[in-house]
Design a protein around this ligand. Sequence first.
Ligand code: DHB
Length: 368
Amino acid sequence: LAQDNVFKIGLILPMTGQQATTGRQVEAGVKLWMAQNGDTVAGKKVQLIVKDDASVPANTRRLAQELVVNDHVNVLAGMGITPSALAVAPIATQSKTPLVVMAAATSSITEASPFIVRSSFTLPQASVALADWAPKNGIKTVVTLVSDYGPGIDAEKFFKERFQFNGGKVTDSLRVPLMNPDFAPFLQKVRDEKPDALFVFTPSGAGAALMKQFGERGMDKAGIRLIGTGDITDDDQLNQMGDVALGVVTSHHYSTDHNSPMNKKFVAAFEKANPGLRPNFMAVGGYDGAHLIYDAIKKSGGKGGGEALVNAMKGDLFESPRGPIYIDAQTRDIVQNIYLRKVEKKNGQLWNVEFDVIKDVKDPGKTK
Ligand code: DHB
């Protein structure tokens, strides 16, 4: 079958199961980019193949294998959670297929294959800014509560190291299972320990349940502040979280409320294409990941295979709905602004309102 004029993207996402909000957001982001930029790039017809892995890493691996061997995809993309990305890394390496990680955010992922490029973020990148903010804002003692896998361990480690360097004290570090977490016993423990603040990382989609239980236990009223990376005040769900979310301070790379002409256009187009859905950071990871792939096809003229595509992605620089971004040519990881944000009500809706920015943050998790 002559496929010289076709460029295939194999997009593997959790479209069902616990991380399904991630899949729906990333897919919508990719599709919006393609709708706005056409499906012909450098003379090639871009074809998107979407597969649901239900965030089971063995599925992700099998689907990636099939996409490479049977469908001859030019690029693999998606990866809703870290274990999925790590399961596919060896396939990317062996088949020399670029893997654009659009959601997963453990620092080490980009080191798992020279064919991995990331359009999402890293937890060390998002956590450090908050550890600088907290001690200057009356928070001296913190208990950390994270999902017990890669990104949670990264968030815990990088928040704690920087917070303690800044003179704060982490009095306890709690880890909850990734799947079907019951936050209640952990929150009870935090209530008894009564730190100035609880620092939280849970993956996108899990924040609303935690926020609800935090409120039900009256922890905010007991004087314990809730802080975390922006995954906890996920824009996909924020507006349904209620007043317990008000005043929660987080650090992250994207807020739907980000005040730039480009983001306003992005949000309007996204909401038009996906009525009732507010784009979150996952949607932007998909949108920018598709942008990276399109740039790479153009720069490599659609010739030269996976190595040429990855080389073309290195150093790519453009304005995203989140602000300016580029791909670090050494690490293939994303460099971006990190914003401090506070949940506020505007026109009856809840938003992550940005109040400070740390510009051009490289992943602090990279050793080299
Ligand atoms: C990961 C998943 C998320 O939903 C998120 O918000 C951050 C990180 C991950 O598995 O890497």
